[in-house]
Design a protein around this ligand. Structure first.
Ligand code: MF3
Ligand code: CO
Length: 249
């Protein structure tokens, strides 16, 4: 927990690169007409090929390999053989893996075929809000600095930030201290130190921030039924900035 040794950072870096590589391949594979279980099974074959395991399967009892959340589903959508992807859908894929005892965690949202201008804007603002949040990361910054940056950017674009779920420290465990909320007040919150590793993951709603949980106990949806988008990267805190570990370059 907390500050990672150089050998740990290297293992997390390897896990993170593989997680992003698989996530990108999965996002390119998904097409209308597929079920979310088809997509998850494809992710499973890629994990086997790379000799990595899902970080999500069994976590807190979660029953899937990855999370696939469609339209009004915010996060933690369980892959299902009954859920078909159709043209115009917005699909969030969240994927975490374990390699050599260390975790990598990342997520992205894509539109399927022709999507509405408003959905396109939601995806763009959410991705940009993640970049903005990451830009604040450096030794000595506080979690409130990151949250404030994300929240003000999102609200300026008239979307809303989900408050019940947050980013997190990551390492040997998927969720470690500190929590990284996507809202906050500058100069407040947990102070980040060089060689800490955190996952930042804004979940942004087109309408109101209020949520509901489906009877499956996992799938989080927007209370107003409007779409939600999600992007996540795992980031290393450096002396004067950051390194995005979930990058394929
Ligand atoms: N990226 C999500 C998170 O960090 C995924 C967790 S899904 C779970 O909360 F299944 F593992 F819970
Ligand atoms: Co995460």
């Amino acid at each position: 927990m907390g500050i990672k040794r150089p050998d740990e950072v290297e293992k997390i870096r390897i896990a993170c690169k593989l997680s992003k590589k698989i996530l990108i391949q999965v996002s390119e594979f998904l097409k209308e007409g597929m079920t979310t279980l088809d997509i998850s099974e494809f992710a499973g074959t890629l994990m086997e090929k790379e000799h990595v395991k899902s970080a999500f399967l069994g976590y807190g009892g979660y029953p899937g390999l990855i999370c696939i959340s469609v339209n009004e589903e915010v996060v933690h959508g369980i892959p299902s053989k009954n859920k078909y992807i159709k043209e115009g859908d917005l699909v969030s894929i969240d994927l975490g893996i374990i390699k050599d005892g260390y975790m990598g965690d990342c997520a992205l949202t894509v539109g399927v075929g022709q999507i509405s201008t408003e959905v396109r804007r939601l995806i763009e603002v959410t991705e940009k809000s993640l970049d903005r949040g990451i830009s604040k990361v450096k030794d000595g910054c506080r979690t409130g600095d990151i949250g404030w940056e994300i929240e003000t950017f999102v609200e300026k674009h008239n979307f809303s930030v989900v408050r019940e779920f947050a980013g997190h420290g990551i390492g040997k465990n998927l969720h470690e201290e500190p929590e990284i909320p996507n809202f906050g007040i500058p100069h407040t919150g947990f102070k980040l130190k060089e060689n800490m590793v955190i996952a930042i993951e804004p979940m942004i709603n087109m309408g109101k921030p209020d949520l509901k949980i489906l009877p499956d106990g996992w799938t989080v949806i927007t209370a107003d039924g409007l779409p939600s988008a999600h992007f996540e990267n795992t980031v290393l805190v450096k002396k004067n900035g950051f390194e995005i570990l979930t990058s394929v370059n």
